[in-house]
Design a protein around this ligand. Structure first.
Ligand code: NAP
Ligand code: GDD
Length: 328
């Protein structure tokens, strides 16, 4: 039975990847950081089928100990401070988790077992103020946030450890991917959750920031499949994973409200509080290398993604009643 360690298993991607690997017959070790209360909502359904271990990207020894004790063949480093606005208010902490955390885990791999295959969760945020449209593996980077800069460090240190120590280390440059498990502060889930609340009479308006921002939005379960495929190749490499389509926040609102029969313009208000100090205006990826080498392609369209998320939020709210949080 192959064995994999996932850091960030309690996050959106970690939970989907764990389910995918269990389906492939893997033994899954999930690393979680210690907190005073557990937050296992996304992994509750299969928690009894995985091994949960405590460790933290801030703590080098915990990472080495986990690898030496559990001896995984594959490590997926998904843990990070992943919310761009928080990286402007907590830039140093973001650098510790999202940048130096990658070096800590790569060093743990180097010390514990150099045959481990390693996946680093890199991001289209590294393209930032885009230098080419669409963005591909060779496009120059220009990050626009402390998060983007931290991810860029993580990307290059992964390549550096591959070249310096001959590690099987891959960097997946993933464009935005969403699902009903997306955190409530990210724009897609903020919209679909609000649409459901408005439809059910629990909320009256939705306040958003820049409606003109454009993103290449895909479906998270498709994207964790691409992560796994990267580690099954003969040689380590870096790949863009994207749909190749771009849509604005405004369009996302339109499709989401339309789906429940509401006119988005009656409910959405722009609030400058949600503007960022520096914005990434346009992202659209060219996934042709992933298609050619990994035989990967997205299975869910933009319209389907929005509907999946709205339907899930409506269903969850109907089940839970009035006890869900309003996200401002
Ligand atoms: P997410 O939902 O925010 O999950 C992040 C995970 O990292 C959580 O499990 C969190 O644990 C964990 N974590 C944070 N700091 C940690 C630390 N110091 N030590 C150990 N664990 C820590 O993010 P996601 O959307 O699943 O994304 C997964 C990864 O892909 C992230 O690295 C993200 O930056 C990257 N990425 C995401 C996208 C996207 O569109 N989703 C695109 C490109 C790249 P808690 O539950 O304790 O907070
Ligand atoms: N969060 C949020 N809230 N974003 C808003 C809002 C709002 O009220 N209004 C407009 N936006 C715009 C943001 O300005 C941004 O341009 C866009 O919506 C998307 O924002 P997020 O959903 O927060 O995602 P992101 O693109 O900044 O970052 C996500 O994708 C990256 C990959 O490109 C995160 O998942 C990152 O971790 C990931 O690396």
């Amino acid at each position: 039975m192959p064995k994999a360690l996932i850091t960030g298993i309690t996050g959106q991607d970690g939970s989907y990847l764990a389910e995918f690997l269990l389906g492939q017959g893997y033994e899954v070790i999930g690393m979680v950081r210690r907190t005073s209360t557990t937050n296992f909502d996304r992994i509750r359904d299969f928690q009894d089928r995985i091994t949960v271990v405590q460790g933290d990207l801030l703590d080098q020894v915990s990472l080495i100990n986990i690898l030496q004790e559990h001896r995984p063949e594959e490590v997926f480093n998904l843990a990070a401070q992943s919310f761009v606005p928080a990286s402007f208010t907590q830039p140093v902490l973001t650098g510790e988790f999202t940048a130096l955390g990658v070096t800590r885990i790569l060093d743990a791999v180097r010390i514990a077992d150099r045959s481990i295959r390693f996946y680093q969760a890199s991001s289209s945020e590294m393209f930032g103020k885009v230098q080419e449209v669409p963005q591909r593996e060779s496009t120059p980077f220009y990050p626009r946030s402390p998060y983007g800069a931290a991810k860029l460090y993580g990307h290059w240190i992964t390549i550096n450890y591959r070249e310096s120590y001959n590690l099987f280390a891959c960097s997946g440059i993933l464009f935005n991917h969403e699902s009903p498990r997306r955190g409530l502060e990210f724009v897609t889930r903020k919209i679909t959750h609000a649409v459901a609340r408005i439809k059910l009479g629990m909320q009256e308006e939705l306040r958003l920031g820049n409606l003109d921002a454009r993103r290449d939005w895909g479906y998270a379960p498709d994207y964790v499949h691409a992560m796994w495929l990267m580690l099954q190749q003969d040689h380590p490499d870096d790949y863009v994973v994207a749909t190749g389509e771009t849509h604005s926040v405004r369009e996302f609102c339109q499709v989401a409200f339309d789906h429940v029969g509401l006119d988005w313009e009656k409910y959405v208000a722009v609030d400058p509080k949600f503007y960022r100090p520096a914005e990434v205006d346009l992202l659209v990826g060219d996934p042709s290398k992933a298609g050619r080498v990994l035989h990967w392609e997205p299975s869910v369209t933009f319209q389907q993604l929005v509907r999946i998320m709205v339907d899930a939020d409506v269903a969850a709210l109907q089940q839970m009643g009035n006890h869900t949080p309003h996200v401002g």
